[in-house]
Design a protein around this ligand. Structure first.
Ligand code: NAP
Ligand code: MG
Length: 487
């Protein structure tokens, strides 16, 4: 006997905003040089905004080449005088202390991350902040074990590292860079992204609280020119950059012919591949997690979906149904799935690509959800079906909640298509068969391949790209290497 189930699908969620009372933001933030907050030489400041409202959160110092000079001098002095002389065990203790302090202040950091960058609070709380602490814990453990990490080799720090990071995982990217650099005995000049400097500056306060010797970490805020001043400074020994392929290429040109070491973590256009024997509902969740998570502001976002032809209609239907349930809303509301787009200019880029996709003849679908009316920058989860390899929306990184779908029949076909990209940062495979996973993961030219899951990170696991997604690895034992000279 057939039964008819009548579910009420008109869900209304009560608002569940995260409390903001416990956070303290200054009106103005200076540069963090030699353990102190100091005014920028030229006295210029820029605004960091809340992308959910478009309103100003704080004024941020704009560091110039003179400020970078001061920061590099402080880092060099700290390297020569204390940090390189400290025992590895004591270095480790400082890093543990930083990790513990992040844990203690996790709620504060999570709220500030969501305010400044627009990502859902659920994610800042569950991913960004705990993973940042985990990176410091992990590398604290390595500080006095470098002889075991590289047996029969003598390791020494590189010296002063210049680190430049993007806006999509502000504190986490700072942690990815700072933790291994400090554990291996280097000192640092770090530049956060222009639109998301606040958690790095809060981290500066935390470093003061941790009593980290002055100059070991210096944080110089500013725009691209500030980053370029770090890259071009003659007394920097190593550049660690995460950001766009375009800027990565500029950096490579600038340091050509110098002795500087470099690691580049750049863009991506990951293939998420669903084979016909996959668990479909689980795969649909993985697709949603892979591209709509963090507004698609993820370098390893699964922005190209490949579905085996026999299950294409079913997967697309389920995906559309699921997209309809996603809530685009206030980043500080715990119900929110998709927060605010990080900046006006990023929203314009995404909207431009949506028009490009329509113009290329792909089938366009967007969920019918409402968008907040708080000002700010918003984009509905977007899907393009019937795309082809030659489409720009399939080849170019959009860095927003926009998915391009293609179908395939055979293994070889999908491997060829998945690898047919300038990028090679990550990929995903969904199948019931372990043997297919091995076959795929061996042939996909991507630094990370997730199987039956997506966007999972762990400090013990190396991360990095092939081809134009960059080179060098961050995370794991491999992540120590770029910060060491080995004899
Ligand atoms: P971006 O424009 O390349 O900026 C990255 C950082 O570099 C920012 O701090 C930026 O400052 C600075 N910068 C800009 N021009 C510079 C120059 N000429 N010299 C030195 N530094 C310069 O990238 P984004 O738009 O912030 O971030 C998105 C990109 O990052 C995407 O392509 C994404 O795939 C990539 N990403 C990669 C990974 C990875 O691990 N592979 C992780 C996250 C993001 P401003 O903020 O002032 O522009
Ligand atoms: Mg901001």
């Amino acid at each position: 006997m057939k039964s008819k189930l009548n579910f009420n699908t008109n869900w209304e969620y009560a608002e569940a905003p995260e409390n903001r009372d416990h956070i303290q933001l200054n009106k103005q933030y200076d540069l963090f040089i030699n353990g102190q907050f100091v005014a920028p030489t030229k006295g210029k400041y820029f605004n960091t905004l809340n992308p959910a409202t478009g309103k100003k959160l704080a004024s941020i110092a704009e560091g110039t080449a003179e400020d970078v000079e001061k920061a590099v001098q402080a880092a060099r002095h700290a390297y020569d005088k204390y940090w390189s002389k400290l025992s590895a065990k004591d270095r480790g203790k400082y890093i543990y202390r930083i990790a513990r302090l992040i844990q203690e202040r996790a709620r504060e950091f999570a709220v500030i991350e969501s305010l400044d960058g627009g990502k859902p609070i659920r994610e800042s709380k569950a991913v960004d902040i705990p993973l940042s602490a985990a990176h410091f814990f992990y590398y604290a453990g390595w500080a006095d074990k470098l002889d075991y990490a590289f047996p029969n080799r003598r390791s020494s720090p590189v010296g002063v590292a210049g680190q430049i990071i993007p806006w999509n995982f502000p504190l986490l990217m700072a942690a990815w860079k700072l933790a291994p650099a400090l554990a291996t005995g280097n000192t640092v000049v770090l530049k956060p992204a222009e639109t998301t400097p606040l958690t790095a500056l809060k981290l500066a306060e935390l470093l003061q609280e941790a009593d980290l010797p002055p100059g070991v970490v210096n944080i110089v805020t500013g725009a691209g020119a500030t980053g370029a001043a770090i890259v071009n400074h003659p007394d920097i020994d190593k550049i660690a950059f995460t950001g766009s392929t375009e800027v990565g290429k500029l950096i490579q040109n600038s340091i050509a012919g110098t002795n500087k070491k470099v690691t580049l973590e750049l863009g991506g256009k990951a293939a998420n591949i669903i084979l016909e024997d996959a668990t479909i509902d689980q795969a649909v969740e993985g697709i949603v997690n892979g591209i709509y998570f963090n507004q698609g502001h993820v370098c390893c976002a699964g922005s190209r979906l490949f579905v085996q032809e026999s299950i294409e209609d079913l997967v697309i239907q389920k995906l559309k149904d699921r997209m309809e349930t996603l809530i685009v809303g206030d980043p500080l509301d715990k119900n929110t799935d998709i927060g605010a787009i990080n900046s006006k200019s990023q929203l314009e880029t995404i909207e431009k690509y949506i028009e490009v996709g329509k113009g290329e003849g792909a089938q366009f679908f967007q969920s019918s959800c409402s968008l907040p009316s708080t000002g700010g920058y918003w984009c509905r989860p977007t899907l393009f079906t019937q795309t082809s390899q030659s489409h720009r929306i399939v080849q170019e990184e959009i860095f927003g909640p926009v998915l391009a779908v293609q179908s395939f029949r055979t293994f070889e076909e999908v491997l060829t298509k998945a690898n047919n990209t300038f990028y090679g940062l990550s990929a995903g495979v969904w199948t019931d068969k372990g043997s297919k996973i091995f076959k795929m993961t061996n042939k996909l030219r991507a630094g990370v391949v997730w199987a039956n899951t997506y966007n999972k990170f762990d400090p013990t696991s190396p991360f990095g790209g092939y081809k134009e997604s960059g080179f060098g690895r961050e995370g794991g034992l491999h992540g120590l290497l770029p910060y060491l000279n080995l004899n």
